[in-house]
Design a binder for this molecule. Structure first.
Ligand code: SAM
Length: 313
């Protein structure tokens, strides 16, 4: 994608997200026996508020997708946009949740590495080799029976469409899209086009978008300049201004409705017993740090079909 300049900074954000998740998993925030297969290194220790943040993010998305699969009785597809090294497919499968198709899209630099890790891991391969289906793979792409990992640039709609069709996407099946810290790295025109295309193309779509919000204050400025210093040109930050703007970007692109909640609100809705367990894992002296962090991230769910308004935490 030469016309967009170097994507190296954006691609590197996956290493950062994966190493944060690996740290939280190593400390017992949640169980993910698959993560070491895509992140074999010993993770750097992160501060407690970061670990809690990743717990809230990973757990909330898991619970929402689990609900979607339950409500559709598995007769659905999941498309993970900018999936990075996420292990959601394997975590869902080991919890007994198997959608008809689970498609992951990312830049070829990322999918090539993930394909390599999957090929090397018995545990990862076993989960995608069900139904006696022959896995087909090349350097950047992998086709299992349900699981598909495809390289694409999400800013190029014709490429997204071709890759989804190669993955045997069924536009008439209920489909949930996940964008976990991804849209912010695309310029707003391109992310809007993608959201618009999904709303038009899919008969019944649900979207889970996790990203920054409330970036207008000092804390938000610091978050942005941290990311910029790592060569990420945060073109999409404008859409992250407020909870309202996070909802509006969907409605303006043809979605029937959207609801944005900051992570403070979601933290309060997560199952209490597990939250209490997590809070005992590490001391957090300054609760204010957590409050600040949680008020600068949000999850927006959006739907083209009012059946999905019941999918909340
Ligand atoms: N969703 C994963 C997670 O939360 O663990 C990875 C998040 S990482 C912060 C952002 C990911 O989005 C990276 O893997 C990056 O390569 C991908 N990404 C960003 N812009 C993209 C684009 N235009 N096309 C494909 N992938 C993109």
């Amino acid at each position: 994608a030469a016309e967009y300049g170097s994507d190296d900074g954006v691609i590197a954000t996956n290493d950062d997200a994966t190493s944060c998740k690996a740290c939280a998993v190593s400390l017992g925030y949640w169980k993910d026996p698959y993560l070491p297969h895509v992140y074999p290194a010993a993770p750097d220790r992160r501060p407690p508020e970061i670990n809690r943040g990743f717990y809230a993010r990973t757990h909330s998305i898991f619970l929402l997708i689990q609900k979607f699969i339950q409500v559709t009785k598995g007769d659905c597809q999941i498309v993970n946009l900018g999936a990075g090294f996420d292990t959601l497919f394997w975590r869902l499968k080991s919890a007994g949740h198997t959608p008809v198709r689970f498609i992951e899209l990312d830049f070829s630099e990322v999918t090539a590495k993930k394909t390599h890790y999957i090929q090397r891991s018995k545990a990862l391969l076993q989960a995608i080799s069900d139904d006696d289906y022959d896995i087909k793979l090349n350097r950047n792409n992998l086709h299992g029976f349900r699981y598909k990992l495809m390289s694409t640039d999400l800013r190029v709609l014709s490429e997204v469409e071709a890759k989804l069709e190669e993955s045997e996407i069924d536009y008439s099946l209920p489909t949930a899209f996940i964008a976990e810290c991804v849209l912010v790295y695309m310029c707003p025109t391109k992310s809007s086009q993608l959201l618009n295309w999904i709303a038009k193309k899919f008969k019944s779509a649900f979207f889970i978008n996790y990203e920054m919000v409330n970036l207008g204050d000092r804390f938000g400025e610091v978050m942005l300049s941290n990311l910029r210093s790592r060569h990420c040109d945060l073109q999409g930050a404008a859409a992250c201004a407020t909870l309202q703007s996070q909802e509006d970007r969907f409605v303006q692109e043809g979605w029937a409705g959207a609801e944005a909640t900051d992570m403070m609100g979601l933290w309060e809705r997560l199952p209490r017993a597990d939250v209490s367990r997590v809070m005992r894992l590490e001391m957090l002296d300054e609760n204010e740090l957590l409050t600040q962090l949680f008020s600068h991230y949000c999850i927006t769910t959006a739907w083209t079909d009012t059946r999905w308004t019941e999918i909340t935490l």
